[in-house]
Design a binder for this molecule. Structure first.
Ligand SMILES: [Zn+2]
Length: 93
């Protein structure tokens, strides 16, 4: 794995601690699996989901359902990221 900090761009030395930020973004389809739904409701929900997915191109389907991002941070940038992961100074820029 690369040893360059994603935020500040600094190359980390071999002995230096690096931090790995692994972000998983996934569609929450738990309502489809809700025990309280009737069999017909579950089937309708699955059919609806499949219908929506067939309208998307394959890369879009994958991004809609599951996306994983991995970043390397230096110790200083780890502190900044951990303090406020969704700030304007995060990896999302
Ligand atoms: Zn950094």
């Amino acid at each position: 794995m690369d040893r360059t900090c994603e935020l500040c761009g600094r190359k980390l030395g071999e002995e230096e601690t690096r931090y790995v930020v692994r972000i998983e973004v996934m569609a929450d389809v738990s309502p489809v699996l809700d025990d309280r739904l009737s069999k017909e409701e579950v089937e309708a929900a699955i059919a609806d989901l499949l219908e929506k997915l067939t309208r998307l191109a394959r890369p879009e389907i994958e991004a809609e359902v599951y996306q994983e991002m991995v970043y390397v941070l230096c110790p200083a940038c780890r502190k900044v990221f951990a303090a406020d992961p969704f700030s304007s100074r995060t990896l999302l820029q």
